[in-house]
Design a protein around this ligand. Structure first.
Ligand code: HEM
Length: 394
């Protein structure tokens, strides 16, 4: 019988064979010991994303919260952990920072940042693609939106990485993650206090004067959002960039397409998101008893939406295990669907496109040294912590 536990798994191993067994043998899988269900098929995951009344975000979307017996929720609640109407009211305010115009306007700055890091890497002939590029640029972009000074960014990045780090087989948050969360929290408290005194053009200042349901947002709401931006906007994009490079190297025919034609880059990004998404799963809490494929789901029960599995479902995708940058990826659930659909999707796509375009020009032939690869240990994010590359210098 197929068994699945992301706690034991930590996503540094290949989860796809297990997903395939789940889709076939247990599409509504129950882990009685750990007390969660998991949905493995595309249509079930999609339906759950769309039905927030039955599959609630209250109680959080990360697995660790499932380990707490009574739904002991994250200390810093963001809109990702809310349902409508409060979620929608906060999202409406925050969305103003993500309008297509505002996102498009960031392109030159993102290109500048990409140049900055590539200029440092290019003469050396070798680099760590994660430490020297992919781990830097998304954090800079988020930090600029939030008005975090450049001097503080490295420290913030270290804390954000620690918040996500998981130990194999350990349920709940490791001590290091808790400590890092505490440091991030203290930093944000100060940042918010500072912006109250000296408002600027940044998103934090905008949030502090915005009104939701006739009321100003309170500091915990704003701090919750800052946490969300660092974790949701930073890690995921970092992982996407390195995953794109990795899968291109594993599939030389696909890699040649992007080397010859930059117009192929958006397809490269979308297929990477489908094929090996950084966000592998999201948790929900069931709000009413119901039946799904003959399994009874009970009110209060935790359900994992296995995005990584849905994106390889044989019912939806032809040749799902093939990496094909020209395929139609419109059914991909990489950015979720429905109420919580990734607010940063167009920004993430822009960051990835600009980064890979500039990389193609400055370092057109990076070779990954596979023996130096290291994966992150995480219960929901899949990707690389280290990726040594070598390349000819100009
Ligand atoms: C490859 C990069 C990214 C991936 C794969 C990704 C994935 C996702 C997914 C799957 C969700 C839905 C969560 C749910 O339904 O529970 C989400 C939500 C969200 N993402 Fe992203 N994301 C990425 C990049 C970004 C970036 C760059 C930002 C912002 C700078 C961002 C901000 C958000 C926010 C604010 C939400 C919560 C939306 C809400 O609750 O309404 N994401 N993301």
């Amino acid at each position: 019988m197929v068994e699945f536990s992301p706690f034991a798994y930590a996503f540094h191993e290949d989860p796809y064979p297990i997903y395939e067994s789940l889709r076939r043998e247990a599409p509504v899988y129950r882990n009685a010991e750990l007390g969660f269900c998991a949905l493995a098929r595309h249509d079930d995951v999609l339906a759950a994303f769309k039905d927030w009344e039955t599959y609630s975000n209250k109680g959080g979307v990360a697995l660790e919260q499932l380990a707490a017996a009574d739904g002991d929720v994250t200390p810093f609640l963001s809109m990702l952990g809310m349902d409508p109407p409060r979620h929608d009211a906060i999202r409406a305010i925050v969305s103003r920072a993500f309008t297509p115009r505002r996102v498009t306007r960031m392109e030159p700055r993102i290109r500048e940042l990409a140049h900055h890091y590539l200029d440092r890497m290019a003469p050396k002939g070798q680099a760590d693609f994660v430490a020297d590029f992919a781990g830097k640029l998304p954090m800079d972009v988020v930090s600029e939106m939030l008005g975090v000074p450049s001097a503080d960014r490295d420290e913030l990045r270290t804390w954000a990485d620690l918040v996500l780090h998981r130990e194999e087989g350990v349920e709940g948050l490791p001590a290091g993650a808790m400590q890092a969360a505490g440091k991030l929290y203290a930093y944000y408290v100060e940042l918010v206090a500072d912006r109250r005194k000296r408002p600027g053009e940044d998103l934090v200042s905008a949030l502090l004067v915005a009104e939701v349901e006739g009321e100003r947002l309170q500091d915990p709401d704003v701090i919750g959002f800052l946490f969300l931006m660092i974790v949701a906007g930073n890690e995921t994009t970092t992982k996407l960039l390195a995953n794109a490079l990795y899968w291109a190297q594993q599939n030389p025919a696909q890699r040649d397409k992007v080397r010859h034609d930059p117009a192929a880059i958006p397809g490269w990004i979308e297929e990477t998101l489908r094929y090996d998404n950084s966000t592998q799963l999201l948790a929900r809490t069931v709000t009413r008893d119901h039946e799904l494929r003959g399994e009874k789901l009970r009110e209060g029960e935790k359900v994992l939406l296995l995005v990584g599995s849905a994106n390889r479902d044989e019912e939806v995708w032809e040749r799902p295990t093939e990496y094909d940058i020209e395929r139609d990826t419109s059914q991909s659930l990489a950015f979720g669907r429905g109420t919580h659909f990734c607010l940063g999707a167009s920004l993430a796509r822009l960051e990835a496109r600009v980064s890979l375009e500039e990389l193609r020009l400055r370092i057109p032939e990076p070779e990954i040294r596979e023996e130096g690869l290291a994966r992150v240990h995480s219960t929901n994010v899949r990707g690389f912590a280290a990726m040594p590359i070598e390349f000819p210098t100009a």
